[in-house]
Each structure stands twice: as C-alpha cells, then as structure tokens.
Design a protein around this ligand. Structure first.
Ligand code: SF4
Ligand code: SF4
Length: 68
C-alpha cells in the first residue's frame, strides 16, 4: 500500500494537491492548523491511495512525499 507523508508545517493551504488526486482522497484538515496558520492538506483514506504521486508533483512547496 502506498503511503503519503506531509511535511505539515510547510503547507500553505493552497489546495492544489486536492485537485490533483485522481482518487479524491487529499483533503484540507479543517480541524487542524499548522505553524503557518493554515489548514494543512491530509489524506484520510490512505488505503485508497494508488501511489501515483500526482499530489507530490503538483505541490509548489514540496510538502508531500509518496512512499510505495
Ligand atoms: S499519491 Fe496519487 S492517489 Fe495517492 S494521495 Fe497522492 S494523488 Fe492521491
Ligand atoms: S499543494 Fe502543497 S502547499 Fe498546497 S495545500 Fe497541498 S500540500 Fe499544502
């Protein structure tokens, strides 16, 4: 199973990664706030991740790492 890791405190909450995911599992964590004051991106249903790394590729701040 693929695993998506977020460097949470680098996220600027732009939401680009949520638009890139073909499985629609990347979400903004509305219940969390990072050190920059943004709701950071997260994945809730990690079991649905196919490891395509589209989310990591589109992130302008290199917040996301995908492990297979
Ligand atoms: S690796 Fe692909 S399927 Fe997994 S969260 Fe990122 S964009 Fe979605
Ligand atoms: S694309 Fe990067 S900076 Fe933008 S919300 Fe996603 S993880 Fe955060």
């Amino acid at each position: 199973m693929a695993k998506v890791i977020f460097d949470v405190d680098r996220c600027k909450g732009c939401g680009l990664c949520t638009t890139a995911c073909p499985k629609k599992i990347v979400l903004m964590a509305k219940d969390k706030i990072n050190v920059k004051g943004y709701h950071p991106a997260t994945v809730d249903e990690m079991d649905k991740c196919i490891g395509c790394a589209f989310c990591a590729t589109i992130c302008p701040d290199a917040v996301i790492t995908v492990e297979k």
